[in-house]
Design a protein around this ligand. Structure first.
Ligand code: GLU
Length: 337
């Protein structure tokens, strides 16, 4: 039985919502919108609530104007959501409490390294580039290797070392003491994926909580039972599942959705031309056409057939989502339909 979505710091309640969690750093493009549509269809067709969360930890790129624009773009496609849209920038207390919980359990350490030092330590012949880490993100067999694993320089610092570093003005980041644990995740799209968890940053040295920590705290606090998101985050999922285990919160069901590529086979980006709803509208492709295009990409319509969200809900079958990226059927630079 549900208590209240916001009850408790890191909640202990039945998790039953789906979600979309964009970073409000620009207009949503076709790739973001397609992931949002699939997440919405997946949640709504199962009778789940659907929430939108603004992941605005990066105060430089995030803005309230982008946030409002993204909400308008979701609505234009027909995506609705339950409750208030929460902002991560307003939830630091929750993240600090979770970090304190991990620290109390001995699962964190202070890291004084600069980015440059990390790069250099990892490159040094006797640096500790962490034997089993690959420096590349991606899938290797069925074991995921996270990008840029930390070489462990500060893992064994003594109190005196730390004091010395503070005395010269260094502020520490907080890292997870992961002990290289390997975590298995059951992904509804990709099957079983195993990942070696690295000593991921939990709080940056400027005091800002890190994405992996914030996302876990929020998914738990907001009762998210289903995470449908782009497969660029598959490699981070073992870290997030490890954090869930350590914080004692449930692991949601995960479904990672392949990204959208431009007609040139490269991940969709602004340089592909008309990738946002405004760009497309200016070329005569309205939000209804965009919905149809996205629906055709998951075999819920024939290309060009008009569809409503109600039609899509009735037709949705998660098994139709392919494992391959969706390559846009139009050249956005020329916007040929
Ligand atoms: N905020 C992330 C992004 O925009 C998504 C995080 C998530 O879905 O877990 O890429």
């Amino acid at each position: 039985m549900r208590i209240s979505r916001e009850a408790g710091t890191i909640l202990r309640m039945r998790a039953d919502a789906g979600r979309f969690a964009p970073s409000p750093s620009g207009d949503l493009h076709l790739g973001n919108l397609r992931t949002a549509l699939i997440a919405w269809l997946s949640a709504r067709s199962a009778g789940l609530e659907f929430i939108v969360r603004m992941e605005d930890l990066d105060r430089v790129t995030s803005s309230v104007a982008h946030e409002a624009a993204q909400l308008r773009q979701l609505a234009a496609i027909g995506i609705d959501w339950d409750g208030a849209v929460v902002r991560q920038s307003e939830r630091f207390t929750r993240y600090d409490e979770a970090i304190a919980q991990l620290a109390a359990a001995g699962c964190t350490y202070e890291c004084f390294c600069t980015r440059r030092e990390i790069r250099e330590a990892a490159a040094a012949p006797n640096g500790q580039p962490a034997g089993s880490w690959s420096r590349q993100s991606g899938r290797e067999g069925n074991v995921l290797i996270a990008d840029g694993a930390y070489p462990g320089t500060c893992r064994g610092l003594s109190d005196a070392d730390r004091q010395q570093l503070r005395a010269v003005g260094r502020e520490p980041a907080i890292r997870l003491r992961a002990d290289g644990v390997v975590v298995s995740v059951e992904d509804l799209g990709f099957g079983t994926v195993r990942g070696a968890v690295d000593d991921v940053v939990l709080r940056r040295n400027d005091g800002v909580p890190a994405y992996n920590l914030a996302v876990v705290v929020d998914d738990a606090a907001q009762g998210v039972g289903e995470v449908v998101r782009g497969d660029d985050l598959l490699a981070s999922t073992p870290r997030q599942v490890r954090l869930q285990q350590l914080l004692g919160v449930p692991t949601p069901r995960y479904r990672h959705v392949p990204l959208v590529l431009g007609a040139d086979g490269v991940r969709l980006a602004k340089r592909h031309g008309a990738v946002t709803l405004a760009d497309l509208a200016a070329r005569g492709i309205d939000a209804d056409n965009v919905r149809s295009m996205m629906a055709a990409s998951i075999d819920l319509t024939e290309p060009g057939e008009p569809v409503t969200m109600i039609d899509l809900l009735a037709r949705f079958d998660p098994n139709l989502i392919r494992r391959e990226p969706w390559i846009l059927p139009i050249d956005l630079q020329r916007s040929e339909l």
